[in-house]
Design a protein. Structure first.
Lengths: 147, 147, 147, 147, 147, 147, 147, 147
């Protein structure tokens, strides 16, 4: 079972999931989570740009090579929305995954319930914690529920 | 040529586009832009819910019937990000459209350039004004540029 | 907007919907609702069978020509489960429609809620009456809610 | 060869198939067959619901994560209809599999022949026993018939 | 409803169908049925070939432009096998249509039942006469059976 | 590289290809080539039929489970037409493979050139001998030509 | 029948085809053939760029909105290679059309035969003149050959 | 991660990439780069042709068996345009890959920027050297940037 972990990159939620899922027959993938590398990869490899727009554009396209493959290969796409930032790329990934018919799990706090209602409506599960994600993966994979 | 106008519903940008495009052989579609109707349609038709989550859930799914058809039928999807709110549904629509191979035009102000870089990277055009959208539609349709 | 009305053929729910939806820009399709014709069409055209299995088989395949086209062409598939009979063809249509990414509306009484939970989970709306179906179609099409 | 075993979960037909197929190069998958876990998985992981509808809804969606992947990955989908219950989820799976072009094998007793005629018409084989399923798998895989 | 009439071109079966179907809301398409034009179209337009293989190749490819579009656009593909010739192009069309999920109606005499069993197995109806084809189209379209 | 060997089952052409291709990184699949088993598999497993049509029908559908998977999984489909019989199933397989975008290699003697022109026109190679098939596979796989 | 006329924009070959095809039931589409408009459309609408790369990039993407729709909607894609320039966009269009399964007609002079062999190999017709294109369209549409 | 290296075959750019990428979890594929074998493979295996067109045609189709599989299997398609020759097959591959939604990396010198603008506009990265390709693959795979 292949699971892509999309969205917020400033907390360690991916590590928690991977750790908790030890022993489960699941392969995880993720975007590049080094914020600076992710922002600057385009110009670092293909040359500097004067304009911030093209600087970002080159980087975002490089990251898309990774992201598109990961979503396309995944059985399940988990998208986490954190407390800060616009996170439009997370919602974009969710839409992309939904259009491909991937199973979508959305993770966010209660404070974001209303603005995420369209994203949640496309999901097969809406959760708040990494532990719940792992419980779902364990149930889906092995049929066992938390004690 | 079918064009879906997704995103921000608090200003009259759709009206401006439709008006400016008078005479062009283009058919526009849009989400329901009456905010209250959009929020409450689910419970209004299918019965009240105690929980805000399910209240919103029922509404978001009804709106998805309209949105999915409009995006699927469209040749071009225009997504506008305004100055306020989270607008995750706009980014979700953009991702959904991108995965279906639709031509994507993104409209937003310069202040949102960085957080929208992944969405912009999937677009065939990034603009700031409704007038630019119409100029693009006119060029794509008739081959004529603004004087 | 094309809507396929699948399922139960012993009450007049389809007539109610079509009548209530007068004036709406919606085209309805339906299976052959003449029970005897539906059961015997295969042998009536292609010759009698000794075995009930092949009698039914020939008929079911003829009906599939109509059904598959109707579902494939539809934007929305409404599936109604009535009070009697097994109605496995209704659930089959729902699964078929879901796999094609059609918007699914399921109609049934409260007494069938539990055994229909998997079908409901694939739907964008679950209702009890033909009037609700029309209210949904009107909202999705014109953005207007019942007074 | 990947085979998904859908449908009735109250008898040991899956075990019989798996046992009989020992030595065949076939991988089997199945839904969660623990009835209580299957019913309650949603609320067990994502929190209780007052309404039976949403209780079931959350569970059915979790189960869909497993089911959709299994059907999508399968070469062959076997759907068994037992003697009791509505079993609409089985018919839904059959429709879903048919729309994806999967090879469908339906298993049921003679008493259900007429109401299952549409499902049978979409199948490449209709059988009554687990032994016949294994004979088919052995023939399809190795070209050998029962003695 | 779009119907493509594939196969044998030496009898007037297509005319019989079109005539009998007068008044039905059905659009028919067919290959070029002028045998000489069909054989020589390639070299007539694109220049002579010394080799029979390339003479035929150029013609067959031109005809494929028409055939592929007709099959792709069709809801139903009727394939008739006559008494003479190899008619491998008819069987090829049947396979092509089947892979695209088109509804297949096969027409042939009893003498060809055994060698056509794989083609028949992919069909939703197997008939012997043009009249039966029209009866099917009328039933599928209007729900009425022959008196 | 996966190669499906379709068509004529009365000579040892498949064995010649497999033998000649020893050492090449290619996996071959084929239909059941035991003529009697292939004809009778349906009734042997699922019970006798009075009518030859249904006898053949049940068998042809079982064989389709194997054939469809093999063609769907294949990179290359080789279809051989022999000197005898109608071989409509071979042409059907060729059409099915073409519609799925598979690379098609057709093998037949010069005497069948004209009636196979439509099938040949869909092929990427037309050959006469098993040795040529292996030379093609070797070239496509390793880039080496026959000395 | 929808035909997209791709490639060389410096001679009047499109006009010749459209004129010759008068009376045929064919709808033609084409890229913007005003060279300056095509080159500068991006910056004319979305603002100037210092770098020639981004100047061209913005324009090429706008043109892609038109081109992708035209190819996607077309039944037949005609690609003409002229005597001058690199014309990589023409070959790109041919590849794009081929991958979508469109019927491809390639037009070029004998001097380009060798370097266009891969493109020609994907085509259903290879011609030298606009007249031949129209003769093909007339044959494919009406079954009539040039006198 | 599977990467197809398309285009120019007269310099050692593929070797440089493969060498630089040692240790990366990437599988490379390529066309047959022996120019003479690539030109003559068709006639070498399937017999001589008098006409240069059909000589080339047979070869181009054999090469297409390899090329189509490689592009279809690839996650990333790198297309290099060199300094000489028409290289229309490279642009064709780029269009083919783009239509399949593959991630496209284009490599060429500055002198070809303008005529390649449509190809570049479909790419997720445009580079000049093999080293940049490997830096991209390393970043996409491992998230590490060049020091």
């Amino acid at each position: 079972m292949k699971v892509y972990l999309s969205g917020e990159i400033h907390t360690d939620w991916r590590d928690q999931i991977v750790e908790d899922a030890a022993g489960l027959d699941v392969t995880f993938s993720a975007p590049v989570t080094d914020h600076d590398a992710s922002d600057d990869c385009g110009v670092a490899i293909m040359g500097a740009e004067d304009s911030k727009f093209w600087h970002d554009h080159k980087g975002a396209k490089l990251n898309a090579i990774r992201t598109r493959k990961a979503i396309t290969d995944a059985d399940i796409v988990v998208v986490r929305f954190g407390e800060k930032y616009k996170q439009w790329n997370a919602a974009f990934d969710a839409g992309f995954a939904a259009a491909l018919g991937k199973s979508l799990i959305v993770m966010h706090g209660a404070e974001h319930q209303h603005p995420l209602k369209e994203v949640d409506a496309a999901a097969l599960a809406v959760v708040e914690t990494p532990q719940q994600v792992v419980e779902i993966l364990r149930y889906v994979r092995d049929g066992t529920l938390p004690a």
